[in-house]
Design a protein around this ligand. Structure first.
Ligand SMILES: C[S@@+](CC[C@H](N)C(=O)[O-])C[C@H]1O[C@@H](n2cnc3c(N)ncnc32)[C@H](O)[C@@H]1O
Length: 276
């Protein structure tokens, strides 16, 4: 290597992003890091509320007989802890992100629930429980990651006869289905279906229909978008100039605008079924 080449190498190394990040000890952000960093400190990681969790529970009879429940896509456990405070049995939370599960288990300890509420890392479409292990399968804001039909089909074998399934899933609320909303949810990895279609899917898989209701707007705004916006501000301040962070925040802003513009057409719906 000649002298000018060496000079170029050094200059390149000093200014290349990789070396910059190594030298100052800052990890290059990926979208997954942005999601974890903004969501880990939130009460919940998606739209919902303790009131709606309790409302869904009110459709289940014989709550005292629930000895084993699982919460798929539990996040840090906001809804799981509400569940645990309203049923007697043991609950296993399952989530893909180890950081969320660590926070989940910390939250369980803080509430003295650790003897019967435990989080484990796993994927909800590739996890092994015993046949007929559970009396109740719960999942808020997560089933759309693998698809409503696939999720309910995967989990059916783990549920006892007469056991309940209760899940929230983003759904169309009107016959008019704006293309902009459709595109956003398809790009996010899941499309939207109507409430009637999802109920027919539940019935086809082998669940008797118990109830379906739509989450109110406050579950999106007060309980999710507002606290998330605070966490986004902190993320932006910490990672000023990071293009991945900027893109992540832009996409979140767009999600909020879309919801504000089209909220009469779509929303999260709680679906409750009983295994036949
Ligand atoms: C919108 S958040 C909802 C979290 C929580 N249930 C709530 O309502 O606050 C979706 C959660 O599903 C988890 N998730 C996504 N795909 C998953 C998978 N294949 N297996 C397990 N968890 C998954 C995410 O890590 C995230 O915690």
């Amino acid at each position: 290597m000649t002298m000018p080449d060496i000079a170029f190498e050094i200059t390149y190394c000093i200014f290349s992003e990789e070396i910059y990040y190594i030298s100052i000890g800052v990890k290059e952000m990926e979208i997954i890091d942005c999601i974890c960093e903004t969501h880990i400190g939130l009460e919940r990681q998606g739209p919902g509320s303790p009131e709606m969790t309790i409302k869904a529970l009110s459709f289940l009879d014989n709550l005292n007989t629930i000895s084993r429940a699982v919460d798929f896509g539990c996040g840090t456990g906001g809804q799981t802890m509400t569940l645990a405070q309203n049923i007697n049995g043991n609950i296993t939370g399952v989530d893909l992100f180890p950081d969320f599960i660590n926070a989940f288990n910390d939250n369980s300890k803080k509430l003295n629930l650790e003897k019967r509420v435990n989080g484990i890392v796993g994927s909800m479409d590739n996890i092994h429980f015993q046949k007929d292990e559970f009396d109740l399968i719960w999942s808020e804001g997560a089933i759309d990651n693998i698809g409503f039909e696939k999720g309910l089909t995967c989990w059916n074998g783990f549920l006892k006869k007469n056991g309940y399934v209760a899940v929230t899933c983003p759904s169309w609320l009107t016959d008019e289905q704006p293309a902009e909303v459709e595109k956003f949810w398809v790009d996010a990895g899941s499309g939207l279906d109507t409430i009637g279609y999802n109920i027919s899917i539940m019935q086809k898989i082998g669940y008797g229909f118990v109830a379906a209701f739509t989450l109110p707007e406050s579950c999106w705004t007060d309980n999710y978008f507002t606290p998330r916006a605070k966490a986004e501000k902190a993320l932006l301040e910490k990672h000023t100039g990071d293009k991945t962070v900027d893109a992540f925040i832009e996409n979140n802003k767009y999600e909020v605008e879309l919801y504000s513009k089209y909220k009469q057409h779509y929303g999260y719906v709680f679906y409750i079924g009983k295994k036949i």
